[in-house]
Design a binder for this molecule. Structure first.
Ligand SMILES: Nc1ncnc2c1ncn2[C@@H]1O[C@H](COP(=O)(O)OP(=O)(O)OP(=O)(O)O)[C@@H](O)[C@H]1O
Length: 350
């Protein structure tokens, strides 16, 4: 299957007076599984639909395989799109739904039959070819929608929240299937989701959007470990954010919180900033004070099975701390005075 890279340059799009995409720049490599992640209203779907050619024509350029498609109609772009709602034809069998796009392209009937069979085998549904859509489960309908799209051999596969209508366990199964299918076909794929776990577990790289602007692009690990700003830090996983400033004394950098507590920063970490981001798993609770430990008080405790999650008041903030649970070990009780030992090796100053 052909695979194309996508380059987007300075893309702007407005609905009436409201600018929804405010200068998007992006490079997606051929064969990459790329996610657009962001909260509701951040512009993910609008950006995806612009690539497909739906909606108002944006300003700027969208290159697919090096060719600017901004002025092209959707059906001239060689992209395939799968929607959250599946959009199957209710009056057509599975086989006819998958054949639909091929018939539109006036492909010979014998070739259509072969391609439909291959497409259905790819998604494991060859045995249900004669069923009608309303005789299928949600997951099966989504597979038909995928098969219908990939048989047309697009250069780019666009997925708009394709798993949102499925229940939680099926979503996990389907996201693995999606990734397996994408790897097998090597298709350049963009996956729109507001679910960080879905983006983390599938994508090679992702763009985090907020307010029509890309906040950061990188692998899931890069974005989690080195968020570029507080929005990304907060959006990917739980972030404890303490306010203060960095001080350097005798070559040693420290972060001094607004409450006067200090946290030594590791060598080489001298970044200036007024916030320090600590992940819940990078803090250890202890009864006694110590170097790099903040004094705090337990506000709340939740048993999550493998972990105990504490909410602690310390350093001028409410801090989430996850401690691994071991049977028989004492827990810290709400109301108790505790000390939070922060591992600043993995902390980020912003
Ligand atoms: N047809 C339209 N007319 C006017 N405004 C629109 C239209 N479509 C989207 N918008 C607005 O554009 C902004 C971005 O919408 P978009 O659907 O791209 O966000 P999203 O990040 O995909 O959100 P969601 O996850 O809720 O779908 C929103 O503020 C939305 O209200």
């Amino acid at each position: 299957m052909k695979k194309a890279g996508i380059t987007i340059k300075d893309l702007h799009l407005s609905f009436g007076p409201t600018e929804v995409l405010k200068g998007v720049n992006l490079d997606i490599k051929p064969g990459e599984f790329f996610a657009f992640l962001g909260p509701s209203g951040s512009g993910k779907s609008t950006l995806l639909r612009s690539i497909a050619g739906f909606g108002p024509r944006p300003k700027g350029s969208i290159l697919i395989g090096g060719k600017d498609v901004v002025a092209l109609d959707p059906w001239k772009r060689n992209v395939g799109m799968v929607f959250q709602s599946y959009a199957l034809w209710p009056h057509m069998s599975v086989r006819d739904n998958v054949a639909f796009g091929l018939r539109e392209r006036r492909i010979p009937a014998a070739d259509i039959a072969t391609k439909v069979q291959e497409g259905l085998e790819l998604v494991g549904l060859a045995h249900l070819a004669d069923r009608m859509p309303n005789q299928l489960s949600g997951g099966q309908q989504q597979r038909v929608a995928l098969a219908r799209t990939v048989v047309t051999e697009p250069e780019v596969l666009l997925l708009d929240e394709p798993l949102s209508n499925l229940d939680a366990s099926l979503r996990v199964q389907m996201r693995r299937e999606l990734l397996r299918l994408q790897r097998k076909l090597g298709l350049t794929t963009i996956f729109v989701t507001h679910d960080q776990e879905e983006a983390n577990t599938t994508s090679d790289r992702m763009a985090v959007l907020d307010g029509g602007v890309i906040q950061q692009i990188g692998t899931p690990q890069e974005l989690y470990d080195t968020p570029a700003n507080l929005f990304v830090a907060n959006f990917l996983g739980t972030a404890n954010i303490l306010e203060g400033k960095v001080e350097t004394e005798g070559g040693q950098a420290r972060f001094r919180t607004t409450t006067g507590d200090t946290l030594a920063l590791p060598e080489g970490k001298t970044a200036s900033g007024t916030n320090i981001v600590l992940r819940p798993q990078n803090i250890t609770l202890q009864r006694d004070p110590g170097a790099n430990a903040l004094a705090g008080q337990v506000l709340h405790r939740e048993f999550l099975g493998g972990q105990i999650r504490y909410l602690i008041k310390a350093g001028g903030a409410e801090i989430v701390v996850d401690q691994s649970h071991r049977a028989g070990r004492d827990w810290f009780e709400p109301g108790m005075a505790v000390h939070l030992l922060a591992n600043t090796d993995s902390a980020v100053v912003l």
